[in-house]
Design a protein around this ligand. Sequence first.
Ligand SMILES: *[C@@H]1O[C@H](CO)[C@@H](O)[C@H](O)[C@H]1NC(C)=O
Ligand SMILES: *[C@@H]1O[C@H](CO)[C@@H](O)[C@H](O)[C@H]1NC(C)=O
Ligand SMILES: *[C@@H]1O[C@H](CO)[C@@H](O)[C@H](O)[C@H]1NC(C)=O
Ligand SMILES: *[C@@H]1O[C@H](CO)[C@@H](O)[C@H](O)[C@H]1NC(C)=O
Ligand SMILES: *[C@@H]1O[C@H](CO)[C@@H](O)[C@H](O)[C@H]1NC(C)=O
Ligand SMILES: *[C@@H]1O[C@H](CO)[C@@H](O)[C@H](O)[C@H]1NC(C)=O
Ligand SMILES: *[C@@H]1O[C@H](CO)[C@@H](O)[C@H](O)[C@H]1NC(C)=O
Ligand SMILES: [Cu+2]
Length: 586
Amino acid sequence: MALCKSSINGAAVNLLLLVLLLCSYCSQLEAKTHLHKWDVRYEYKSPDCYRKLVMTINGRTPGPTITAEQGDTIVVVLKNSLGTENTAIHWHGIRQFGTPWSDGAEGVTQCPILPGESFTYRFVVDKAGTFMYHGHYGMQRAAGLNGLIIVSPRLGLPEPFTYHHDRSILLTDWYHASTFDQAVGLSSVPFVFVGEPQSLLINGRGEYNCSLVAKTPAPGTGNGSIPTCNSNSPECAPFSLTVVHGRTYRLRIGSLASLSTISFQIEGHEMTVVEADGSYVEPFVTKNLIIYSGETYSVLVKADQPPTRNYWLVTSVVARKPATPNGLAIFNYYPNHPRRNPRTSPPAGPQWNDTASRLSQSRAIKARKGYFESPPQKPDRVIELLNTQNKINGQFKWSLNNLSLALPSTPYLVALKKKLKGVFDAEQPPDQVNLDSYDIYDVAKNVNATSSSRIYSLEFNSTVDIVLQNANTMTPNNSESHPWHLHGHDFWVLGYGEGTYDSNRDPQYYNLVDPIMKNTVPLHPYGWTAIRFRADNPGAWFFHCHIESHFFMGMAVVFEEGIGMVGRLPSSVMGCGKTKPHRSLG
Ligand SMILES: *[C@@H]1O[C@H](CO)[C@@H](O)[C@H](O)[C@H]1NC(C)=O
Ligand SMILES: *[C@@H]1O[C@H](CO)[C@@H](O)[C@H](O)[C@H]1NC(C)=O
Ligand SMILES: *[C@@H]1O[C@H](CO)[C@@H](O)[C@H](O)[C@H]1NC(C)=O
Ligand SMILES: *[C@@H]1O[C@H](CO)[C@@H](O)[C@H](O)[C@H]1NC(C)=O
Ligand SMILES: *[C@@H]1O[C@H](CO)[C@@H](O)[C@H](O)[C@H]1NC(C)=O
Ligand SMILES: *[C@@H]1O[C@H](CO)[C@@H](O)[C@H](O)[C@H]1NC(C)=O
Ligand SMILES: *[C@@H]1O[C@H](CO)[C@@H](O)[C@H](O)[C@H]1NC(C)=O
Ligand SMILES: [Cu+2]
């Protein structure tokens, strides 16, 4: 009897264990929801030893890294504690299928989040890879409102490479002037450029030369009892990455620089590039990884150098004449002290004006064999965008086909979905300007352009080619690099060319075999870049230069597609422009 009873109990216990086991197994298979509560505010910080107002998330800049598994849902409840400033956050590289209102692009997909208010972003991370987030209101990205998103493949899905450890590095450049100073300067007549940044930061840390700072107390330093610039501040101690000899590290490197194109290198080590913007790359080896603002890469680094000392991690400015010292961090071989500077001098970056080698690195990035989707072989529509620097009513602007984007006060997505009239110019921008008669090597004869809120309407699920054409700026013999970022989609990178694009000749040389899919791509000086994407994501989507000042000066277009298929908009994205609640008089 006793035996029987205990065996029943035993069976029950076994059953319970089985159920528990199954449940933990299903919960591993099931997509999870990750809830993050973020408080966004200004705080005094010294990321490069210079003390200034910085935008933080839960007290940190860069903000917390979001980690998830492919298919999971991310919920971010964002409280705007900025006091007197609006905000919005964009999830860079997340396509937002089915949730276009969570893209965080103020003016396109949502109204700004007012001070004191909270807003909930909810979206699925449908793709594995390395992504980022950042402020998308005014120039807030440049104020430190940024961070990384790391999505691992669904359990059991192997990646086409192996490594021992996974580490992340977020690269930025850093200005001492506030983003308000910068924005006012950019809109002033005469024009005041933001200039070259004061520092390059690696994971939010840099080192400014404090002897260059005036002794007059700066705002926020009281009577001067708090130093404006303090080389000993723990906030600007260099980032140190500890490695063990013989191990292989996956470094996820993202750039959210405001202005700079950055060359990243590790003294004495080579890097194998394996991922770009969430797509696997046919591996190639490099000493200098060129990274444009808005791009992410994963590289594999083997800690194979003599472990008797530390090595430098170096970032340097390329593509513009540098006036910013290199960014430095420490590649620390265990058991050396993580803070011990290598006695060697940091290796110099590549020649800043070596456009040819940057172009060849761009061309080297191909999709990994066996891990890609081939592009449609033909486009349904081709849009050529001539990138020019212009003047509009005396202000300096950037334009595409002579139109500089001016955002309406009602977000496009809301206006389109609710069929609100008179929000933006109804006419579409032109698909082409006559490139044959435009000399890309000279300053335009007439630099006047037009400010416009027009947008491109794309046929749902059609295949669209965009050809970005670079040109001379308003300065003789000058053409700049522009990293272009598309919201809501990945695109195939079909090719890069030098000079003026020829629509008869150049498409023959497109890579339709193994083009990489990315969300950000560089446009090289005096060159062109061709991309292709499927307009398969109902919503309204920004496509813009990722240089913060260029974007602010109108270097953007907007695409809309399949608006009829967009689900019910949450009321939280409304409340501005024509969506203001009607106030009754009296
Ligand atoms: C910092 O600036 C001072 C003053 O210009 C200069 O003498 C010094 O060499 C600089 N230090 C470094 C490390 O560049
Ligand atoms: C500056 O303020 C600090 C603290 O508020 C005080 O201790 C110090 O005496 C002041 N110094 C001067 C020069 O007024
Ligand atoms: C790059 O600039 C340097 C001067 O900074 C100049 O000597 C060199 O010729 C330039 N190289 C190219 C490829 O333009
Ligand atoms: C450009 O526009 C300004 C007004 O903003 C005007 O004064 C000037 O004549 C225009 N230039 C040309 C070449 O049309
Ligand atoms: C831009 O507009 C100006 C003024 O209307 C015109 O002169 C110029 O040719 C246009 N440029 C292009 C590239 O269409
Ligand atoms: C979009 O187009 C692709 C390729 O032509 C097709 O396979 C797919 O079914 C289409 N999707 C929709 C939703 O129409
Ligand atoms: C621009 O470059 C051309 C050809 O290289 C040269 O002849 C001209 O003097 C340069 N102009 C300026 C303003 O530097
Ligand atoms: Cu640009």
